[in-house]
Write a protein that binds this ligand. Structure first.
Ligand code: ADP
Ligand code: TRP
Length: 327
């Protein structure tokens, strides 16, 4: 345990996770949980930039906790917690705010996108990368498994660590992002990046009829059944890649190129595969949901461990910046 590298990642409790979240990020949490000293959390304070209803927040937190357990995160191996149980993170974010400039934060993609869309931007959204840096740096993290859209945030965390180290002396490790190239940006049913905010998702715990509806809506060109098709340009095929072995994929690819596989049949194959994949996850989640107290207990226990580690780090940080007056 002791000499393992340290890993952290989190998901916001904003709406239901989709297969893009799973293949890009959450599957990595499960696959790496034994190899790394892992902490996985629910980013509730990040969600507060958009979720501003207590009922929705509560439901969202419990939902992600169930999702984490249903995909196979083992609370014996992983510290599972919610961000708000580690208030030291907000304290550290303030300290980082004081060494971070406004123009630097104005370069963040998420901020620029919100600005381009003329959205009302709260200070929390603007400061999002700083809170995220605090999540990571407070736990002395080596590796952060995420999808590609989070790459810039990890770079911010590295920059902020480096700046603090230069100003106050060596204190923080520089974390690395772990992004799986083949699934760094899973496409949605409209061919854009799959994202909750685009409404183009296939839910990770979707019911069979939802899966059918979502897959049937995948956009394609208008080639006929017998025409030769380029699988690499097809939104259905992009999703086949997630659910098929190399062999099965070879078969489908061949039928695309030779002609004879229509988009409708291709979608039907995809629907069957997704159903087979999701059914056991959904069942496991339903079982876990019968016993919510157990889930709350897991989060409470994890929160205590994460908070203790964070407090140890903050003792060092408070000394470094000179607010701890102990001689
Ligand atoms: P969304 O963009 O749907 O709101 P989140 O911001 O909650 O998703 O992302 C949670 C995790 O899932 C992050 O690590 C993010 O990089 C990853 N992720 C989100 N969408 C995708 C996608 N389409 N492909 C790969 N990874 C993704
Ligand atoms: N920003 C991440 C997302 O939108 C969530 C997140 C918050 C996170 N803090 C983090 C991810 C720390 C990894 C590490 O998905």
């Amino acid at each position: 345990m002791e000499n393992k590298q340290r890993l952290i990642s989190g998901v916001k409790p904003t709406g239901r996770p989709h297969i893009g979240n799973y293949f890009g990020a959450m599957k990595q949490f499960v696959d790496l949980q034994s190899e790394y000293n892992s902490s996985i959390f629910i980013a509730d304070y990040h969600a507060l930039t958009t979720v501003q209803s207590a009922g929705e927040m509560k439901r969202g937190i419990l939902d992600i906790a169930l999702d984490y357990l249903a995909i196979g995160l083992n609370p014996e191996k992983v510290v599972l917690f919610k961000q708000s149980d580690v208030p030291q993170v907000a304290e550290l974010a303030w300290i980082f705010n004081c060494i971070t400039t406004v123009p630097y934060l104005m370069r963040a993609h998420a901020f620029k996108d919100a600005q381009a869309e003329n959205k009302e931007i709260n200070v929390g959204l603007f400061d999002y990368p700083v809170l995220m840096a605090a999540d990571i740096l407070i736990q002395d993290i080596d590796l952060v498994p995420v999808g590609k859209d989070q790459q810039q945030h990890i770079e911010y965390a590295r920059d902020i660590a480096d700046k603090f180290n230069r100003v106050f002396g060596e204190t923080f490790k520089l974390p690395k992002a772990n992004i799986l190239r083949e699934v760094e940006t899973v496409k949605g049913i409209d061919g854009r990046k799959m994202s909750k905010s685009y409404g183009n998702t296939i839910g990770l715990f979707a019911e069979d009829d939802e899966i059918e509806k979502q897959v049937m809506c995948i956009t394609t060109d208008s080639k006929g059944v017998e025409e030769s098709k380029n699988p690499e340009e097809c939104n259905i095929f992009a999703l086949h890649k997630l659910f098929n072995s190399e062999n099965e994929l070879g078969e489908i690819r061949k039928r695309y190129v030779e002609g004879g596989l229509g988009y409708k049949e291709s979608k039907e194959i995809l629907i069957e595969n997704i159903k087979k994949f999701i059914a056991p996850l959904r069942e496991k989640r339903a079982k876990l949901a019968e016993n919510k107290e157990v889930v709350l207990e897991i989060l409470k226990k994890g929160g205590k461990i994460a908070r203790q580690r964070a407090e140890e780090k903050m003792i060092e940080v408070r000394k470094k910046i000179g607010v701890d007056l102990d001689l």
